[in-house]
Design a protein around this ligand. Structure first.
Ligand SMILES: NC(=O)c1ccc[n+]([C@@H]2O[C@H](COP(=O)([O-])OP(=O)(O)OC[C@H]3O[C@@H](n4cnc5c(N)ncnc54)[C@H](O)[C@@H]3O)[C@@H](O)[C@H]2O)c1
Length: 434
């Protein structure tokens, strides 16, 4: 099939490369001319394992190309995916100006039947607005359908998630749209959930909000564990083995971040408010997430007493491992808060330092974890990259001014760290570190 993907970010690039790998001819569009120039030269603007290889191979096979022109993409493609960003506005509402802008541009360039598919995460009823916008700005009688096909990939394992999804959700209102999308996704052999457009839009916000709720639940529990001396890791295991609950998303830590959960929880709260329902549970999910960062900061203060002039080593800046994405990363917020109190930060991340340099000033970015630890009064583990699980702690013990480790992701074993001479503090487990 001939496919266009408008918006070549994490979702657009991964979807475009994977659709091409499945044998389709894909044209990826972006209004960021620098990004498209780089992509044409094979320079990939994001870090996502396996993406560079997939893009390079499919460009060579002439199944994948890049452009800034929506006109070019619309004229050559029967299915057009919209994958532009839908960031939060100040009040939490989703900013849909990108979606509207793309819909208008598609409308101006439609000359035959086209299926326009929302892949971006959008509020329920956006499909109706997209349809209305295209109908309003279209210059001829060309027929079109709108569909919703929310994306569930996770950064860091996006290609595998795209190629082996738990399910594919398609919201459609015509037989033709349904057949086209089922045909496109057929090779993946995944369960396909076909719904109306509004239900598909809601499935995405509901799923992300539910996952965020699971994280906030275990984080709230970690506070109770810490105050009572229980161990949140054991509690989570005991809960998670119950198939009705499940083990995933029951890891206590410094809170969820990234470009999706905070934004989508905010958007779902405002969508609910708009239609007259106050979603108190989601408001609590958001509040607990914010509190989790505050607890972490207080934990550091309780261990260091005065933060001013303390040298703090930070390992991990991205919002989760295997990505360079720092959008709403808890690590970034925590570093800023520590800097405000006068801390001297030395940081290392395997992939996210270039992006972090743009938002963090006065941080000493180090070439490896050991350099970050040199002369430090405290080491903070913020993101659970695999390489941090295999550090040489006897070496780090000698490098640090004071051997104190605060583990924001519960990746280390308290007894091993204590044996290596560290004071160790984690989240809801392993003692206070004092
Ligand atoms: N990142 C994820 O893990 C993920 C997962 C599932 C769903 N989503 C959703 O997918 C959407 C895209 O997310 P992302 O992380 O890929 O965002 P992103 O910011 O990485 O990419 C968006 C891209 O769209 C481009 N763009 C913006 N306006 C445009 C316009 N008018 N015309 C052409 N291009 C335009 C931007 O330049 C950018 O390259 C969002 O709605 C997000 O919530 C993201």
């Amino acid at each position: 099939m001939n496919i266009a993907i408008i918006g070549s970010g994490y979702v657009g690039l991964v979807s475009g490369a994977c659709f091409a790998e499945l044998g389709n001819r894909v044209i990826c569009v972006d209004n960021d001319a620098k990004k498209i120039t780089a992509l044409k030269k094979g320079v990939i603007p994001i870090y996502e394992p396996g993406l560079r290889e997939l893009i390079t191979i499919n460009m060579k096979k002439k199944r994948l190309k890049f452009t800034t022109s929506i006109k070019e993409a619309v004229s050559s493609s029967q299915i057009i995916f919209i994958a532009v960003g839908t960031p939060s506005k100040a009040g939490g509402e989703a900013d849909l100006t990108g979606i509207e802008n793309v819909a208008r541009n598609i409308a101006k360039n439609i000359f035959g039947y086209r299926l326009i598919v929302e892949k971006s995460t959008v509020p329920v009823e956006t499909g109706e607005w997209v349809k209305h916008t295209i109908a309003t700005y279209k210059k001829n009688k060309a027929k079109f359908d709108v569909a919703s096909n929310p994306e569930f990939l996770r950064e860091g394992q996006a290609i595998n998630d795209f190629m082996h999804p738990d399910r594919i959700v398609i919201g459609v209102e015509s037989k033709k749209a349904k057949e086209l999308l089922i045909g496109l996704y057929g090779p993946l052999n995944a369960p396909i959930v076909v719904t109306d457009i509004k239900s598909a839009e809601l499935i995405k916000h509901a799923s992300n909000s539910f996952l965020a709720a699971k994280i906030s639940f275990i984080n709230a529990l970690s506070v109770i564990c810490e105050k009572t001396g229980a161990d949140v890791i054991q509690v989570a295991r005991g809960m998670g083995l119950d198939k009705r609950i499940g083990q995933s998303f029951l890891k206590a830590g410094i809170g969820y971040g990234g470009s999706c959960f905070p934004k989508d929880v905010d958007a779902f709260i405002t969508i609910s408010e708009r239609i007259g329902y106050s979603f108190e549970m989601l408001k609590a999910v958001k509040k607990i997430n914010q509190q989790q960062q505050e607890y972490f900061l207080n934990k550091i203060k309780n261990l260091l007493w005065i933060i001013k002039d303390k040298r703090i080593a930070v390992l991990g800046l991205s919002f989760k491992p295997n990505t360079d994405d720092i959008r709403n990363a808890p690590a970034i917020e925590i570093v800023k808060a520590l800097q405000e109190e006068g801390a001297v930060i030395r940081a290392y991340d395997p992939q996210a330092m270039e992006r972090a340099k743009k938002v963090l000033k006065g941080v000493n970015f180090c070439a490896d974890p050991y350099l970050a630890c040199k002369g430090s009064d405290c080491l903070l583990l913020m993101t659970e990259w695999d390489e941090f699980k295999e550090l040489d702690f006897s070496k780090i013990r000698k490098l640090m001014h004071r051997p104190l480790l605060v583990d924001g992701r519960n990746i280390y074993k308290a007894d091993q760290l204590k044996k290596a001479g560290f004071k160790y503090s984690a989240i809801g487990t392993g003692g206070s570190g004092k």
